[in-house]
Design a protein. Structure first.
Length: 178
């Protein structure tokens, strides 16, 4: 939340949260942001759904959330933490509700952002499988070049060597297209 507060003070249109184990092709992402018809209050990424949304109450589990932080048994849909994009207007709404509603932040920052988004009526936009591929360390290996070129965020758990390989492959694709 501290990073988002800092980002809210900057003169930007979008804020991107990306983990260090995700490959991000920035020029391709910028092109998508400039050429797509997007909602003013954008919250987009790999949207979690189904059984992934159950709140874990086992205190020994990595993703445990105490009832003191959240009484609900299920999280609302939210963008998975390795990568998501927020428009500045969406970010300002999330920060406003976070300070006004008394919901204490908890360690699952991605789920917390999803709760805030639901409270202000912002639905997450699913990009996974379209422009984002948040799957695992072997992402992209079996994809044909044409399909791989559709994505601007790939991975989760990528090694630096794997990122360099993805970068080289995508750079070659971009050169061919010019």
């Amino acid at each position: 939340m501290s990073s988002l507060w800092l980002a809210s003070t900057m003169d930007v249109q979008f804020i991107v949260k990306v983990d260090d184990d995700v490959y991000l092709h920035v020029p391709k992402m910028i092109w998508w942001l400039k050429t797509s018809s997007l909602p003013d209050k954008l919250y987009a990424g790999a949207v979690q759904g189904g059984v992934e949304l159950k709140v874990v109450r086992d205190p020994t589990h990595k993703w445990f959330v105490s009832e003191q932080f959240l009484n609900d048994s299920w999280f609302p849909p939210y963008c998975n933490g390795p990568f998501y994009i927020l428009s500045k207007s969406a970010l300002l709404e999330l920060l406003k509700v976070s300070s006004n509603e008394g919901l204490t932040p908890f360690p699952l920052e991605d789920a917390y952002i999803g709760i805030l988004a639901k409270r202000v009526g912002i639905a997450p936009l699913q990009l996974n499988g379209k422009h984002v591929l948040i799957t695992g360390p072997w992402v992209g290996i079996g994809l044909e070049d044409k399909k791989l070129n559709d994505f601007f965020a790939l991975g989760h758990g990528l090694s630096i060597e794997r990122m360099f390989k993805l970068h080289a492959r995508l750079a070659n694709l971009n050169l061919i297209q010019l």
